[in-house]
Design a protein around this ligand. Sequence first.
Ligand SMILES: Cc1cc2nc3c(=O)[nH]c(=O)nc-3n(C[C@H](O)[C@H](O)[C@H](O)COP(=O)(O)OP(=O)(O)OC[C@H]3O[C@@H](n4cnc5c(N)ncnc54)[C@H](O)[C@@H]3O)c2cc1C
Length: 466
Amino acid sequence: MPRVVIVGGGISGLSLAYQLERRSPETEVLVLERAAHLGGTIGTQRQDGFQIETGPNGFLDNKPFALSLCRDLGLGERLITASEAARRNRYLFLGDRLRLLPNSLASFLTGDVFCWRSRFLLLAERFRPRRMQTDDESIDAFVRRRVGREVAETLADAFVTGIHAGDPTLLSVQAAFPRLVELERDYGSVLRGMSATAKQRRREAAARGEAPPPAGRMWSFREGLSLLIETLRARLRFAPLTGVAVRTVRRLANDAWRVQSEGRDGWDAETVVLTCPAYEQARMLADEDGELATVLDGIAYNRLAVIALGYRAADVPTPLDGFGYLSPQRLRRDVLGAQWCSSIFPDRAPPGLVLLRAMCGGWNRPEMVDWDDDRLLNAVRGEMRHSMGIQTAPVFHRIVRWRKAIPQYHLGHRQRVEWMERRLDRHAGLLLGGNAFYGVALNDCIERADILAERIARGLERSSRR
Ligand SMILES: Cc1cc2nc3c(=O)[nH]c(=O)nc-3n(C[C@H](O)[C@H](O)[C@H](O)COP(=O)(O)OP(=O)(O)OC[C@H]3O[C@@H](n4cnc5c(N)ncnc54)[C@H](O)[C@@H]3O)c2cc1C
């Protein structure tokens, strides 16, 4: 029986194992995970009647991969979608108050977040010439060029904060928001492209006799995202091994690969896929290919602290009628944003109480992650007072620190990934996966795992015919 070893038991590794087992039932697929539990960044914890996500809060349906994996696993009936208010209302903490973020062109033009000049620049975006150069550009530079400084510094910064908690002047638009680049390239304008593709989707839905597709929504389960991890684990034919810290991955004389753990255990396999973070992949490959390891190690990670807070609903004067708020990172505030978890999904807090989740740190405030609990909690309480008028202490809190949280796709990222793909041609049977290359959202990780599963299954089929 051929063997495939997957290093890392996060969503990338587990969904890859699941897809590979389905495509290639004759193969032994072994997942090795360093932690005592599976899921990587995904984790649902319960305490005092609160249900807290320590990492991702849910996934979006702007891409189909996470939803279709859940349905495939038989979890379709257990999926829940974010409340309508959470879908419609997101706030920006700017100028000492919460302002409703525009969610359509009309609300952009009539809202009070942007000055008249920015509103005019947005309308004129359709007529701005497309960029002819094909070299990389930062997200900030892209948005500044298309719609001006104010939108770049508020709207683009807030989106980047919400997804990457990174610096828009450093992040690559090609790697982090490839769709924006494609819309400009294909339609000459982002707005024109968005309205053309929306029209196309409506036409396709009408042709199928369906209602127009709703705009992007967030999904999870009543039991939290860990349900996806538990179900994946239960469905794998070969139980993943936890508590296995992989140290090296070396090519053997017979062209197989040996995966060696920190202990004395070693596994030989025809194919090895690394889905752990890039800096771990670098460490494992340092002896095998120093140059590849150096490029992998160059992928930066930000730091994040997630502070879950439970309050009595009566102590929160701001109506929690939305997803939460974001604060542009350039302002260097103590809190990057707060999600109103109990307004997004049901059953996140006991009756009469609410659950919020504040994010601290990010690319521009990494030191905050090292603050002790009291200092961090005080800072967050100060921000909750300032932004939402909450004067009282939380009745519950929990702090989770991610010292290497989300990979940052800095300028030139796509070119570096292309280089790595070419470099892997020298290492038949070795593949790199995980969230460090083609997208950080759960959808991206699952899509990438699908692509790798297909590639490996085809390779195994070819070698079985030989
Ligand atoms: C705070 C936070 C909030 C987020 N919110 C969202 C969200 O709302 N929606 C969304 O779509 N995405 C969100 N993301 C991003 C998303 O959660 C991640 O990109 C995704 O979960 C990464 O999955 P992965 O399997 O690629 O990596 P990981 O989850 O990092 O898994 C890698 C695994 O490799 C293991 N490992 C490491 N070293 C070794 C070793 N030496 N040997 C063996 N195993 C090893 C690790 O223990 C880990 O389990 C969020 C991320 C964070 C940090």
